[in-house]
Design a protein around this ligand. Structure first.
Ligand SMILES: *Cc1c(COP(=O)(O)O)cnc(C)c1O
Length: 365
């Protein structure tokens, strides 16, 4: 009996039958540019600060952690600025958990969440896990999304939750704030919670405005962020949001008590105290990101403009053979399921060179 047959003998929820667990392939390859991690790692000063902060927690590890993670919320509010205070902030084990909690509170059976693919593939899965219906909106040419089109689609569907991802994964492109405003207004009729997922905000070109600018006076707007990418802390699992205090109060109704461990809280607070050192690498990654766009363009491929730490590119006759040849060279990138396209994370200068040299070789043959 295979695993699938064994599973089918359990009293699994009907809507989960036949589904497969999500996850990018985790292969043992020297150069991993497939899941948009920050490949620079945590700088030494920050590592030492985190080590000390975690050590200081050990004496109290027999006690439950601060359920309200007050110090962390204060530190995140200070990091974001925009006049935000602890009451505006919520955090969880990665922004995936933050998004799940939002759906637990505002989605659920009989309700609809909406996204605009190609976008983050976790949105439909989080919807499925919380019994929320998921509707896919449509984009225009070149994966664009105008304020008018997005607003009309939200108006027509009347969803309870809307996901906007900016910079968008997997395209790397930002949405104008006019799109967020139009979606927010169009969502008035269905009282939609509008979530702007800004997981990659720190990588945007200078002058790109954040949806944090729109929070004032918009109680249904939520801006989601993460420490997984810019802060190089994917393994620590810390995501967070900024919103009106009412939204964070709603999440308190569905969160597990003590969901953020004392170790996680201490790690995140120590990292935020060292944000200058951690974010210094973001500038180096942006240089490599721009270099990928330039050089792939020179090779005759079609890279999408990117405000994130990755680049989606098309123009290959056979992307899966390109993916395989790179893998044989020890470079893992991502096939995100968009026909004719692949996605690569910007790494260190050496990693990026290995990818670009591999591409040049493949195209020359
Ligand atoms: C990587 C990513 C996240 C981050 O997820 P975490 O759970 O915080 O690690 C969120 N949204 C998008 C679009 C992402 O690509």
């Amino acid at each position: 009996m295979d695993q699938f047959e064994r599973l089918s003998q359990l009293p699994l929820r009907d809507d989960l039958r036949g589904q497969h667990p999500y996850g990018a392939p985790q292969l043992d390859v020297p150069i991993l540019l497939n899941v948009n991690e920050n490949t620079f790692g945590v700088p030494l000063d920050a590592k030492e600060a985190i080590l000390k902060a975690v050590a200081d927690e050990l004496d109290g590890l027999n006690r439950y952690p601060d359920r309200e993670f007050t110090e962390l919320r204060r530190a995140l509010a200070a990091y974001l600025g925009h006049g935000l205070v602890a009451e505006n902030i919520w955090a969880a084990n990665g922004s995936n958990e933050v998004l799940q909690q939002l759906l637990q509170a505002f989605g659920g059976p009989g309700r609809i969440a909406m996204g605009f693919p190609p976008t983050y593939s976790m949105y439909p899965l989080l919807a499925s896990g919380t019994g929320t219906a998921y509707a896919a909106g449509v984009r225009g040419a070149g994966f664009s999304l105008s304020a008018q089109s997005a607003g009309e689609q939200v108006q027509a569907l009347a969803p309870n939750v809307v996901f906007l991802c900016s910079p968008n994964n997997p395209t790397g492109t930002v949405l104008g704030l006019d799109v967020v405003e139009a979606v927010y207004e169009a969502g008035e009729a269905s009282s939609a919670i509008v979530i702007v997922d800004e997981a990659y905000a720190e990588f945007a070109h200078a002058g790109t405005p954040s949806a944090l600018n729109l929070l004032e006076g918009r109680p249904r707007l939520v801006v989601s962020r993460t420490m997984s990418k810019a802060f190089a802390l994917a393994g620590a699992r810390v995501g967070y949001l900024a919103s009106a205090p009412e939204v964070t109060d709603a999440i308190r109704l569905v969160r597990l008590p003590y969901h953020l461990s004392a170790i996680t809280q201490a790690t995140a607070v120590a990292a935020l105290r060292n944000s200058d050192a951690l974010l210094a690498n973001v500038e180096a990654i942006k240089v490599q990101r721009d270099r990928i766009v330039d050089e792939l363009g020179q090779m005759g491929l079609r890279p999408a403009p990117s405000d994130s730490n990755f680049v989606l590119f098309g123009g290959m006759a056979d992307p899966s053979s390109v993916w395989e040849k790179l893998l044989a060279d020890g470079v893992l990138i991502r096939d995100v399921g968009i026909p004719g396209h692949l996605r690569v994370t910007a790494g260190t200068e050496a990693e990026t060179s290995a990818f670009l040299n591999g591409m040049r070789d493949i195209l020359a043959k």
